[in-house]
Write a protein that binds this ligand. Structure first.
Ligand SMILES: Cc1cc2nc3c(=O)[nH]c(=O)nc-3n(C[C@H](O)[C@H](O)[C@H](O)COP(=O)(O)O)c2cc1C
Length: 167
């Protein structure tokens, strides 16, 4: 296997909010979840759970967020949950799920595909739980819009390392 420049990959990933009307194969989604599930977690408890939504089911969820247009344009919406039955420490479990999501975003980016991590949609978590008839053990923690990017992405910057590092 050739050397992968992971730092380059990390730095060039950006949130994608506009997508082409093209399908992402289910195998690619499976591989993305494969990347996700190999994240570290406290006690290796792997508290993440996923649901993949496409087509009408996905579009139905668009009404629950200000970013409905992103949801509609994306080919797939990956819902991410915390499984409360596997949880041992809420804070640590959420951090692990964050790591799991970042694994997924970077893997998808490495394929030339795009994602947008959607958090605002959590404001309507209750309504979504009802809509999806989720079992009570699943807490909705994030949605990831995924698809083939269209056009330019917004090139966000970052704070300087020296301003983030305390002496
Ligand atoms: C926890 C979290 C929640 C986010 N929620 C949203 C969201 O609801 N809508 C959106 O368009 N972007 C959302 N984003 C994407 C951020 O706006 C984006 O990562 C940030 O502005 C940096 O831009 P970049 O990802 O292009 O580097 C979210 C990101 C994170 C990590």
């Amino acid at each position: 296997m050739g050397k992968v420049d992971i730092l380059k990959l990390i730095k060039e990933r950006r949130s994608v909010r506009k997508f082409q009307d093209k399908e992402v194969p289910m195998q690619t989604i499976k591989n993305s979840l494969e990347a996700a599930r190999w994240a570290p977690s406290g006690l290796n408890n792997q508290p993440w759970r996923f649901m993949v939504k496409s087509k009408q089911e996905k579009d139905k969820l668009a009404q629950y967020t200000k970013f409905g247009q992103v949801v509609k344009e994306a080919d797939k919406l990956i819902l991410v949950f915390l499984d409360k039955k596997s949880s041992y420490n809420y804070q640590k479990d959420l951090m692990a799920i964050g790591a799991c999501i970042q694994n997924m975003l970077l893997y998808v980016h490495s394929l030339g595909l795009g994602t947008c991590w959607l958090g605002e949609i959590l404001n309507q978590a209750k309504e979504i739980s009802r809509e999806l008839q989720l079992p009570s053990q699943l807490e909705f923690v994030a949605a990831i819009a995924l698809g083939v990017p269209a056009g330019e992405v917004k090139l966000t910057g970052r704070r300087l390392l020296k301003d983030l590092t305390l002496v």
